[in-house]
Design a protein around this ligand. Structure first.
Ligand code: HEM
Length: 121
């Protein structure tokens, strides 16, 4: 079986998806504030590498693990509702790019499975 990374369309698809995903996140009033002081070019590069890795593409991710990468956001009130919103934005992004629904569901399930690390529990 080809990896999810290959099935959604490889590097081009991931690049497009990450750009569209953050466009949505930054205009989503439930979660935009967490990104106020973030360098979004760097963030997008990290997210592209991270998604590539977890979807079964190459492993070039050199960023923090999910627990360390989000620990400081707990002090800003990060909770389950914010994870839900991020997962929802990811799903809507992939649907808007015509990724088949079975694949969308696999990717959102994977993102959701990181919840306990992201919320340090
Ligand atoms: C649900 C799955 C999620 C994934 C796969 C994910 C992925 C990532 C990755 C790969 C990084 C880079 C870590 C590093 O700095 O080395 C990161 C950082 C970050 N994430 Fe997430 N994240 C998720 C959920 C969330 C949620 C729910 C929020 C807030 C609404 C959020 C906000 C942020 C912010 C603000 C940063 C940058 C932190 C900084 O540079 O100070 N993330 N995330």
């Amino acid at each position: 079986m080809p990896s999810i990374y290959e099935q959604i369309g490889g590097e081009k698809a991931v690049d497009l998806a990450v750009e569209e995903f953050y466009r949505r996140v930054l205009t989503d009033e439930r979660i935009a504030r967490f990104f106020d002081d973030i360098d979004m070019d760097k963030q997008m590069a990290k997210q592209k590498a991270f998604l590539t890795m977890v979807l079964g593409g190459s492993n070039q991710y050199t960023g923090l693990d999910m627990r360390k990468g989000h620990a400081h956001l707990l002090a800003q009130g990060l909770n389950d509702s914010h994870v839900d919103a991020v997962v929802e934005n990811l799903g809507e992004t992939l649907k808007s790019l015509n990724v088949p629904i079975e694949l969308v569901n696999q990717v959102t399930a994977l993102a959701s499975s990181l919840r306990n690390d992201i919320l340090s529990r």
